[in-house]
Design a protein around this ligand. Sequence first.
Ligand code: DGL
Length: 269
Amino acid sequence: MNSNPIGVFDSGIGGLTAVKRLIQLLPNENIVYLGDTGRVPYGSRSRDTILKYARQNADFLLRLGIKAMIIACNTVSSTAFDDISRGASIPIFEVINPPSALAVRATNNGKIGVIGTKATVRSGAYRRAIESLDPSLEVQCAACPLFVPLAENGRTSPDDVAVMAITRDYLAPIVQFGADTVILGCTHYPLLRAAVARALPPGVTLIDSGAVTAEYAAGQLGALGLLSSSVDTGVRRYFVTDAAEDFESLAGAFLGADISGLAEQTSLE
Ligand code: DGL
């Protein structure tokens, strides 16, 4: 039993897709979330900048005494996981391998699409993860750099013509490729899930990298004996690096809970 918090971080609100699933699965766990909203998006930045931001985020959470960390950002997971996890004394989870394993099991036609940020696609991490599990599978990746700013600004509806035009444009190579399974390889993208689904042929399986990783992490923490006791209350704290109010309204809508007054602005530098 261990009631120290589970730390989760992302460049912005995207990592809440992991937190939402974590809360459903482990309601008694204490969770501390960090969204680096002052510096989002990460996905169009250089490797060195992503490494620097990732290190600062991880150090911030470690100082709060977390018992495990979920890097709920594909960009950081694909670029900085080795750097962050080297020599770590707590379990650290990334968001690339769990959804890759699920996609390999889910595909029927052997064609997996992956959408993510420029940095995630550039890293080749998904292609490596999928091909290491089954080299016979074909993988088509597509970068969707405007999705994160859209999600951070609450522009996600499939009835929004701008959102749909951008989504159809980004998804065109995946549609042409004929993927029957598509990994939402950025934790922000489930917020645009309805638009993505509309741009794809009916019946395509969509995989939420944050939620799948939360399921994986919950199982691992249980196996390691690191879960809280059933009488713990599940305290959640949210830290952001820009104004807390905007985050609270977007995050609250996404989590389906009023988190007014629960987010705190902090500095990482
Ligand atoms: N949620 C992050 C990811 O999974 C978004 C990265 C960004 O800030 O561009 O990649």
